[in-house]
Design a binder for this molecule. Structure first.
Ligand SMILES: C[S@@+](CC[C@H](N)C(=O)[O-])C[C@H]1O[C@@H](n2cnc3c(N)ncnc32)[C@H](O)[C@@H]1O
Length: 232
């Protein structure tokens, strides 16, 4: 059986080293600035929340603390299984093996859809946007949180790792889709220097990672992100 369902976009950081990605998730945004920004725009207490590309389900328990129902969708079978294990004691959470382009959900069944660093990277994600329009109810919202590659050292290291990535093209794409945006100055805060270095090594090409490690002192990293959203 293939390791992923059709439509999965290779995500080497979490696919190959989920334990290091877990350290990254623990380090990112200790004050939950991103969660607060989303909840301010569209609260989800008592609502149905969909996490698209939920990986090992790191964020699902947090959503379940307020939502009535949480659905995690993840195309990598091993990660979907890990997400299920993480949420085994949470009856309001279910995890489905599926991709953003083909959501296993009825029309108008979701109040808030959230994708963190997953699939909705710009041109090419139109099939997923069509699925969002189908599954999100009127009065609902969709959020996409992603790295802002146009800003900061983190953006520069990313651009060097993925030279084909064009931040202006991505921006123009979301403009055309009519989505709103807000920059978020997130941080990663680590407990151990070894964890920070391991995370930089799964995020960047080897020579870029070594430079990023040399340029970073201490246990913290600026992680410029952008929150994008639309209401339905
Ligand atoms: C960088 S990880 C982020 C995981 C999770 N959102 C988190 O914050 O821990 C990107 C995730 O997107 C998933 N992914 C890849 N292609 C996808 C697709 N077509 N639809 C939905 N998710 C996808 C990957 O398998 C991976 O789990």
């Amino acid at each position: 059986m293939p390791r992923t369902v059709r439509g999965a976009i290779p995500s080497p950081n979490i696919w190959h080293t989920p334990h290091v990605y877990e350290l990254e998730n623990r380090a990112v945004d200790p004050g939950d600035t991103a969660g607060a920004a989303m909840r301010e725009l569209r609260p989800w207490r008592g609502a149905t929340v969909l996490d698209i590309g939920c990986g090992t389900g790191y964020h699902l328990p947090g959503y379940a603390a307020e939502a009535a129902r949480v659905i995690g969708v993840e195309p990598h079978r091993g990660l979907a299984a890990a997400a299920r294990r993480r949420c085994a004691a949470l009856p309001s959470v279910e995890v489905r093996e599926a991709a953003a382009q083909d959501l296993p959900l009825p029309d108008a069944s979701v109040d808030v859809a959230i994708a963190r660093w997953a699939y909705f990277f710009g041109p090419g994600c139109e099939p997923g946007l069509r699925e969002l329009s189908r599954v999100v109810r009127r009065g609902g919202a969709a959020f996409v949180l992603d790295l802002d590659a146009s800003r900061g050292a983190f953006g520069r290291w990313f651009q060097r790792t993925v030279p084909s990535y064009s931040a202006p093209e991505v921006e123009a794409f979301w403009d055309r889709q009519g989505w709103l945006r807000r920059p978020l100055d997130l941080r990663m805060v680590f407990e151990r220097r070894a964890d920070l270095e391991a995370v930089l090594r799964i995020e960047f090409a080897p020579e870029v990672a070594e430079q990023a490690i040399a340029e970073t002192s201490g246990l913290e990293l600026a992680y410029p992100n952008v929150l994008r959203w639309r209401f339905y």
